[in-house]
Design a protein around this ligand. Structure first.
Ligand code: Q9C
Ligand code: ZN
Length: 342
């Protein structure tokens, strides 16, 4: 399986994440990928290829222009406005007290485009986010050209990012970009399977009213888990997208019995949908030792998950998402890929 990876992910490493009222070293940190690269190497995967530059055309087609402008120029505006720290949002449009208008002030813009304050923007964040999307795009091109599957080692992750908001450690929604590229390349229907512990609220939102892209997600129930405000089972899509959104929320403590059966449900729905390509939002934070999650998957369960996904027999792009039990992240990620291949 071809692997795509850019060293430019290092350009995004905020000093601080707001967590439990304290500033901590971000859980989503550069060293995560070192563990994945090492497992890939030790287990005989191809040397990761650099993806080359990010193609902005498919991104501009999917995302909000004001949001992209903010990601591109926000840091410079922030510094020009005399701000001294990393970009951490403090004022956000919330229910009833908002109008959908971008403020002129950069602090206001930051709040306008932010969906969760744990995520800081720094000088290199935009370039890192572009390099992450570039890996996803290179994986998509490889699969579109006939590789059965490819792995995009994306960092920062993407599935919480909407067309016009960042947060949950995400800036550009890599999985959504890949799905749209498959559509633009002639696939009538594309499925996205999100196995990250957290609900892929950004991906859901982007495709919620579309019937051509199925979104299926297994995640911590929103009553209990980030991103809290989306991910309920009764969110089934709207308009032309009615029926093309499948949420499978699970309660704290869920292990393979429940998670594996939710995966079977998701896979059955994907098969019924009849897609020509599959995008997997591959987070491994459903692992039992993950520091910010509450499922109980064992490392071996990730191998079983990969094998189950392979039975769909679809051209597949894996996009890396979350996973914060640093030393196990590589093992669990590569377990999914090996389970898929074997
Ligand atoms: N005190 C992904 O897995 N909440 N994002 C952190 C820590 C945000 C997770 C709470 C979690 C975001 C891609
Ligand atoms: Zn996650």
């Amino acid at each position: 399986m071809q692997v795509f990876f850019s060293e430019d992910h290092r350009l995004h490493f905020p000093q601080a994440e707001l967590s439990g009222g304290q500033f901590v070293t971000p859980y989503e940190r550069p060293s995560r990928v070192e563990y994945i690269l090492r497992q890939l190497r030790e287990r005989g995967f191809d040397q990761p290829a650099d993806p080359g530059p990010c193609d902005m055309a498919p991104i501009r087609g999917l995302m909000d222009p004001g949001f992209l402008r903010f990601l591109e120029t926000g840091w410079d505006e922030w510094i020009a406005a005399g701000m001294k720290g990393e970009m951490i949002s403090a004022t956000n449009p919330v229910r009833r007290t908002q109008m959908a208008r971008e403020p002129r002030n950069i602090d206001g813009k930051l709040g306008y485009y932010c969906l969760a304050q744990e995520t800081a923007i720094t000088a290199g964040t935009w370039r890192a986010a572009q390099s992450s999307a570039a890996s996803a795009q290179a994986a998509q091109r490889a699969v579109a050209e006939g590789a059965g599957a490819a792995f995009a080692l994306c960092r920062p992750p993407g599935h919480h990012a909407t067309a016009d908001m960042f947060g949950g450690y995400c800036f550009l929604n890599n999985a959504a970009i890949v799905a749209q590229m498959f559509r633009d390349g002639g696939a009538d229907r594309v499925a996205i399977l999100d196995i990250d512990f957290h609900h892929g609220n950004g991906t859901q939102d982007i495709f919620y009213e579309r019937g051509d892209v199925l979104f299926a997600s297994i995640h911590g129930a929103p009553e209990d888990a980030f991103p809290y405000f989306l991910g309920y089972a009764d969110e089934t899509g709207a308009g032309a997208g009615e029926g093309a959104n499948l949420n499978l929320p699970l309660l704290p403590g869920a292990g393979w019995d429940q998670w594996g059966s939710a995966l079977d449900t998701a896979i059955a729905r994907i098969r019924d949908f009849g897609p020509q390509a599959l995008v997997v939002s591959l987070g491994v934070d459903a692992f039992k030792d993950d520091p910010i999650s509450f499922f109980k998957l064992e490392s071996g369960d990730f191998t079983r998950a990969g094998a189950a996904i392979a039975r769909l027999n679809l051209p597949t792009v894996f996009c890396m998402e979350g996973g914060y039990a640093i030393e196990a992240v590589g093992i669990n990620t590569v377990n999914v890929l090996e389970g898929f291949l074997n």
